[in-house]
Design a protein around this ligand. Structure first.
Ligand code: SF4
Length: 384
């Protein structure tokens, strides 16, 4: 069956920002979280109604991610998880590494049938990580939470911020993530929204080095038939172009394969499903019920308190435009990889105010020959 690239009927993943309350104060926080919840936050009744409305996407139901803020700040979290599971959803939870994230809380998440949790690790040392999270002890608490999740049999993903301040640490963080036994490592390429504008994004050239390194790590893992850590990116769909270029270069023939454009990457490669990006396969519901293309492209197209969330995802003008990459601006609009990549719409928006503009974090010139790449995943310039 061909891989889907346009998600016009239903998203693959829905992120519900259950609250913006959080006891951390991370320097790059998209949600600009605060210790206390917004009084307009969806109530338990409204949250239950939202879950019932999301069921309208039909089968197969999208995967639900309860995010924040810190979902553990909601007293009704487990009731909402149970309701979602009862409706047939698979649920993941993205808690913050605060004193609320105890061994008991992790055990309870596992007992309530949560598929996985995510934890954040932005540096290889406590000093650097805690400086970004702005609360001492967060690094150690994250490592303890990972051990507790592993002991509870609860799969976990580690999220790592990629920006100038963290880029040199990535190889060491990769080793830690592997040693912790994570199922997945997701590298989030900074988009300067929320408090993220106090940090510096990597340059397009540095991003290219990092993406090439990630693609090499995954290729090496697959070549040896090893299972284990799956590596993905967030707000860097360019990884699909990098993977496609590697595959093309590896194929026999005078110039690699002669076909134009990039094939959908195979399962298990360093990528999300081809084509998935803000508003196309991704849907975000804010803590107050705003319906947005993603948490980093927080442009409300409706509100779940008054609008039909399924209809908004399918038919709101912005959502529809985000699914037509040939209409994107600049290089993204004329790129042979646009269908599987399409660039980060959130970064285009944060850089220019236009979510359909070119993603500036890309070195690719459409139509130009692919650059030569190392084949072993090594990247000395990453500082590893
Ligand atoms: S130019 Fe745009 S669509 Fe093409 S690879 Fe770069 S970010 Fe992706």
């Amino acid at each position: 069956m061909p891989q889907r690239l346009i998600y016009d009927a239903a998203p693959l993943r829905i992120y519900w920002e259950t609250t913006n309350a959080c006891d951390l104060a991370c320097r790059h926080c998209r949600a600009e979280a605060a210790p206390e919840a917004d009084p307009r936050e969806l109530s338990t009744t409204e949250g239950r109604a939202l879950l019932e409305a999301l069921r309208g996407f039909g089968s197969p139901l999208p995967h639900l991610v309860f995010t924040g803020g810190d979902p553990l700040k909601r007293a009704d979290l487990f009731e909402l998880i149970d309701h979602a599971r009862g409706l047939g959803f698979h649920v993941s939870v993205a808690p913050s590494a605060t004193p609320l994230l105890t061994e008991a809380a992790i055990g309870e998440l596992a007992a309530h049938g949560v598929d996985a949790i995510s934890l954040s690790l932005d540096a290889a040392t406590a000093e650097r990580h805690d400086a970004i999270r702005q609360v001492p002890g967060t690094f150690e608490r994250t490592l303890r939470a990972a051990a507790a999740a592993r002991a509870a049999g609860l799969p976990f993903q580690v999220n790592t911020l990629v920006c100038e301040e963290t880029a040199d640490d990535l190889p060491r963080i990769h080793e830690i993530v592997r040693e912790l036994g994570a199922a997945r490592w997701s590298l989030f390429f900074l988009v300067t929204v929320g408090r993220g504008n106090v940090l510096a994004p990597v340059t397009p050239e540095r991003a290219e080095e990092i993406l090439s390194w990630i693609a090499g790590l995954s290729s090496a893992r697959m070549a040896t038939g090893r299972g284990g850590l799956v590596i993905t990116t967030t707000e860097a769909p360019q990884i699909r172009r990098v993977v496609a270029e590697r595959m093309k270069a590896a194929r026999p023939g005078p110039e690699g394969a002669a076909d134009a454009g990039s094939p959908p990457p195979p399962r298990g490669h360093a990528t999300h499903a081809g084509g998935v990006r803000d508003g196309n396969g991704i849907l975000f519901i804010s803590n107050v019920g705003d319906i947005c293309p993603s948490g980093f492209l927080e442009l409300p197209c409706g509100n779940v308190k008054v609008d039909d969330v399924v209809a908004v995802y399918r038919d709101a003008p912005l959502f529809r435009k985000l699914r037509v990459p040939t209409e994107f601006g600049g290089r993204c609009g004329r790129c042979e990889h646009a269908l599987v990549c399409g660039g980060s719409r959130a970064r285009a928006w944060s850089a220019t105010g236009d979510p359909l503009a070119e993603d500036p974090l890309c070195t690719h010139e459409p139509g130009a020959p692919a650059p030569e790449r190392p084949s072993d995943g090594s990247s000395p310039s990453l500082g590893g």
